[in-house]
Design a protein around this ligand. Structure first.
Ligand code: ADP
Length: 532
């Protein structure tokens, strides 16, 4: 027997219909890199998204087609999120900080048909165009020099249409994560998973957003579905303030002027903000909530924000989780805790909202679930309606009945359900919210004629959370200095990937199967200090 309620598919386009109808006049402010600003509102975003839907249909783009963006934060980008899904397509937000070979791979793998981009990425587009095999149409957001410009493109339409309808299980968005070894992997979100996730994000114990909220997402729109803010913001009709540049002075001025109540960004954003505030004496009296995640929030950052009267919402998440997994929300006895205890609690990764389940299993025996005793650490797994089942284009038959997703993080779970990350099994280093592949660093290093073996590990850094160091063994009778090795690497990897230090050792620890034991190496270097 089925229940007797209406058939109603959960579709993200309906979020915008709702925002325009219920909160149509609520502003969306955009500040562009050249200092210019635009103001529109949720009704305007819907009008433009409908026009974009028509413009896409004119190009023959429709159901299931991938529409990519390569852009920073602004309202035209927001229009494109809803325009792409509005035509029944799949929005693919590309991270412009990826390397050329990754950019080549993901746009071709995604089979993007249209790419909308910021003029500042024109050099990247010129480089990549000959390598991208599926993109038929390029649209530039803020210039008409090399491609049709966005405003003219959608300006030719009247907006007199409706968003596409369909199943709530249809895909709506594709995000690639490079936080894995090998090629980046695509995560294909559904309308249903996205709507449920956005609803969860709004809760008082999560982002605590409502119509009076003024939100400044410093998290880029290409990073992990922008933490759902373009969707959840519409759900409550929050005012959104976007900045195309992520500089502390610009963000600070916007936050003051627009009376921003909710800020969202990785820890490095807030650390840069503090520096600016210290240098100028600027204050943020309206800021009530800071949402931070992507890497562990440093204690000093949490403490400072709390002393400013800000509620810190420290999130652990992953692109594979839409991205919210857990959040350090206040427990029932919060008011009885000392300030120090409160800061400590906010530094942990927190508890799951309804919709996410977590468990830790034995690192060597995944069949064995570990107790939630606050001491036993193991491989962290998760499941729920907005957690990935398989990567885009991965073999559907390879997915078993067991839906638990392996996060690649190592953690303990406390008896009250609080998650505490302790390590990582995936071989990547996260610096300032962006991934560095340790494997690629190591491969580059062993290319040096004097290096026998090399291992890269992440070391705690006060500003970037983690920075790589390279541990290397020299070949017998051969010589190379740390500086020489760094100079050698500088020709092979991006500058920000270069290890902060190179340490030579006589031996690197190995596992029983002969692989480098990162666990033992990290243990060996656990007291290693980087300054900066
Ligand atoms: P995002 O950067 O949005 O979190 P990614 O998929 O790029 O998404 O990265 C996910 C990984 O980042 C996690 O598996 C974990 O290793 C790390 N991470 C995310 N949030 C935190 C956090 N609050 N504390 C520690 N590590 C985190």
């Amino acid at each position: 027997m089925l229940g007797a309620m209406q058939d109603h598919e959960l579709r993200v386009s309906a979020l915008l219909d709702h925002a325009a109808l219920q909160h149509g006049g609520r502003e969306i402010v955009s500040r562009y890199a050249d200092g210019s600003e635009t103001r529109t509102d949720w009704a305007g975003i819907r009008r433009d998204a409908l026009k974009m839907t028509q413009a896409l249909r004119r190009l023959g783009v429709g159901t299931g087609d991938r529409i990519a963006t390569l852009a920073m934060n602004h309202s035209r980008h927001l229009v494109s999120w809803y325009g792409a899904v509005g035509v029944g397509g799949v929005l693919h937000t590309i991270n412009p900080r990826l390397f050329d070979d990754q950019l080549e791979y993901i746009a071709n793998h995604a089979e993007d048909r249209v790419l909308l981009y910021d003029a500042q990425f024109q050099p990247l587009i010129d480089r990549m165009k000959p390598l991208w095999t599926t993109i038929e149409q390029y649209i530039c957001y803020d210039s008409d020099e090399n491609a049709p410009d966005f405003e003219t493109w959608i300006g030719a339409e009247d907006g007199n249409t409706e968003f596409a309808t369909g199943s709530e299980r249809d895909p709506c968005m594709l995000c690639y994560t490079s936080g894995t070894t090998g090629n980046p992997k695509g995560v294909l979100y559904e309308h249903r998973s996205t709507v449920l996730h956005a609803m969860a994000a709004l809760q008082p114990s999560m982002f605590n957003m409502d119509t009076r909220g003024v939100l400044l997402p410093a998290v880029p729109m290409y990073h992990a579905a922008s933490w759902s803010l373009p969707w959840s913001g519409a759900m409550v009709g929050a005012k959104i303030v976007y900045s195309q540049v992520n500089d502390a002075p610009v963000l600070c001025e916007l936050m003051q002027r627009e009376k921003v109540t909710h800020g969202a960004g990785v820890p490095t954003v807030w650390l840069a903000m503090f520096q600016h505030m210290d240098a100028t004496g600027a204050a943020l009296p309206d800021l009530k909530t800071v949402i931070t995640g992507g890497s562990a929030a440093p204690r000093s950052m949490i403490e400072r924000l709390m002393r400013m009267g800000v509620r810190v919402m420290h999130v652990w998440g992953m692109t594979e989780m839409s991205p919210i997994g857990t959040i350090a929300c206040e427990p029932d006895n919060w008011d009885e805790l000392s300030f120090d205890e409160q800061v400590t609690l906010k530094g942990l990764q927190g508890r799951t909202p309804y919709g996410v389940e977590i468990r830790c299993v034995d690192l060597d025996d995944p069949g064995k679930e570990l107790p939630r005793d606050g001491v036993t650490s193991g491989a962290l797994q998760t499941r729920g309606p907005w957690v990935i089942k398989r990567y885009f284009k991965a073999d559907a038959d390879a997915v078993g009945d067991d839906q638990w997703f392996d996060t690649g993080d190592v953690a303990v779970i406390h008896p009250d359900g609080t998650l505490q990350l302790t390590d990582r099994t995936k071989d990547v280093i996260k610096s300032g919210g962006e991934w560095i592949s340790s494997v690629e660093l190591e491969n580059a290093a062993v290319g040096h004629p004097a290096v026998a073996e090399a291992a890269a590990i992440g070391i705690y850094h006060p500003k970037w959370d983690e920075r790589p160091i390279l541990v290397a063994v020299k070949k017998p009778g051969m010589e190379v200095s740390a500086e020489e090795l760094k100079a050698f690497l500088a020709e092979k990897v991006a500058k920000w990937w270069l290890p902060d230090a190179v340490e030579f050792v006589t031996e690197i620890p190995h596992t029983g199967t002969g692989k480098i034991s990162k666990k033992d190496l990290r243990e060996q270097f656990k007291d290693y200090k980087l300054v900066g």
